[in-house]
Design a protein around this ligand. Structure first.
Ligand code: FDA
Length: 399
């Protein structure tokens, strides 16, 4: 009989196992994959954006926005940074407080696995779980070849994104088995797609990126926007995708620091013979400027499909209207790329059913949920890993 069994050897499970074992508990860590921690390995372009110096409750989406507060204040970014420094892992800050490994994400995996080995965590990787039960005083985890028993059970099975990394719905199924609600799940931090003319527009510009302010409802992010073969991606789009729902339009400002209409009207007064797309190329990449003129048919003679025309040939009104399209382009995505490429899953185990102090299910003593399986989703930039560390610590420090 183990003190604690943890299902899921990803970020949250590995960290929790090492911490709990260091406190003297006997710990069993299970995963259905032999190659564990895959999401850490591929994160941050291979360098793992392991936390964010500015991580706080405002960087999370959850049905209960207050839920994260206790765990974050108990173990925040500075605490994890100390861990990383103690292990002499070199890292750097990219921007907006985002911290990345200098070498590779493997440094974080080695650190987490090292703690598990040092404190004697028992592991069962490549082990499919068939079923689990709770008896009067412990949990029985029935695997293909063996049944494991533990007094406490921590579920750290993550979300549904990138199935080839080992993602599965087991955590949600365990919650439901014990009568714990799961809020609706959907892909988040995910590229958005278009159909028809807009899809063609994006495909023709695939690979081109600009800084853009992208809004949806009351939320907006100003970061990079990247055109792709199927639609749009890049940090500003991944961020807004967590707020976007089918049928909602996005407002895209391609020149967040400039009134495009005023710029074009002033340019017309100064250089009336200048071509419109050339003029716009002073502010935007040339190919994008050209495509925007075509898309909005600015400066086209009736019946002509030639790009642009002279500023002098456009009325002030037409230039102002074109500028408004550049500053507030209303786009209706057809959908998202789904779990295949999403970085995270929005929604999950209902926070109302859990204690914010130690992540324990209120109705099932000894059962805990941590990491992405919980209805807590961070913004892009290291917040999701910080939630994995903070929620894992909340469990381990209250066992
Ligand atoms: P995680 O997914 O890490 O681990 C879950 C574990 O449970 C896996 O090992 C899985 O095999 C196991 N499991 C699942 N089903 C099971 C079953 N049925 N039986 C047994 N085991 C099972 N975040 C961030 O903060 N900074 C970043 O740079 C990035 N970058 C990034 C890039 C990409 C491409 C992706 C997909 C995601 C990110 N993320 C990120 C998000 C981050 O990876 C994610 O939020 C954390 O890994 C979540 O940690 P968990 O431990 O909760 O789940």
């Amino acid at each position: 009989m183990q003190d604690i069994a943890i299902i899921g050897a990803g970020a949250a499970g590995l960290f929790c196992a090492g911490l709990a074992a260091a406190r003297g508990h006997s710990v069993l860590l299970l995963d259905h994959r032999t190659k564990i921690a895959e999401k850490i390995r591929i994160s941050g372009g291979g360098r793992c954006n392991f936390t964010n110096r500015h991580c706080g409750p405002e960087h999370f989406l959850s049905a209960n926005p207050h839920f994260v507060k206790s765990a974050l204040s108990g173990f925040g970014p500075e605490d994890f940074i100390r861990h990383v420094q103690r292990c002499k892992i070199p890292f750097h800050e990219k921007k907006y407080g985002q911290l990345f490994c200098d070498n590779s994400a493997q440094d974080i995996i080695t650190m987490l696995r090292g703690a598990c080995m040092k404190y004697g965590v028992q592991t069962a990787f490549g082990t499919a779980i068939k079923s689990l039960q709770k008896t009067a005083d412990h949990f029985e985890i029935v695997c293909m070849d063996k049944t494991y028993n533990a007094q406490k059970l921590v579920v750290a099975t993550g979300g549904l994104s990138i199935p080839k990394t080992g993602a599965s719905p087991l955590g949600y199924e365990i919650a439901r088995q014990f009568g714990i609600a799961v809020t609706q799940t959907r892909p988040a931090l995910v590229p958005l797609t278009f159909s028809g003319q807009m899809k063609e527009f994006c495909a023709e510009l695939a690979g081109l990126s600009v800084d853009a302010a992208v809004g949806c409802g009351n939320t907006a992010f100003c970061e990079g926007l990247l055109f792709s073969h199927r639609g749009i991606t890049g940090p500003s789009i991944l961020q807004i995708s967590s707020y976007w729902r089918e049928g909602m339009t996005l407002s895209v400002n391609l020149l967040p620091h400039c009134n495009a209409g005023s710029y074009l009207v002033a340019a017309k007064q100064n250089q009336p013979s200048q071509n419109i797309h050339k003029c716009l190329s002073g502010l935007l990449p040339r190919r994008l400027a050209q495509h925007l003129c075509d898309y909005h048919k600015i400066g086209h003679n009736a019946g002509s499909h030639q790009t642009g025309g002279r500023l002098a040939d456009c009325t002030h009104r037409a230039l102002t209207a074109f500028g408004d399209e550049i500053n507030d382009w209303q786009l209706l995505p057809a959908g998202s790329e789904g779990y295949r490429t999403a970085e995270v899953t929005l929604g999950g185990v209902d926070t109302d059913a859990l204690s914010a102090r130690d992540m324990q299910a209120k109705s099932v003593p000894g059962l805990y949920f941590i990491g992405e399986v919980v209805d807590v989703t961070g913004h892009l930039g290291g917040h999701n890993f910080q939630w994995a560390w903070s929620s894992a610590y909340a469990v381990a420090s209250h066992l």
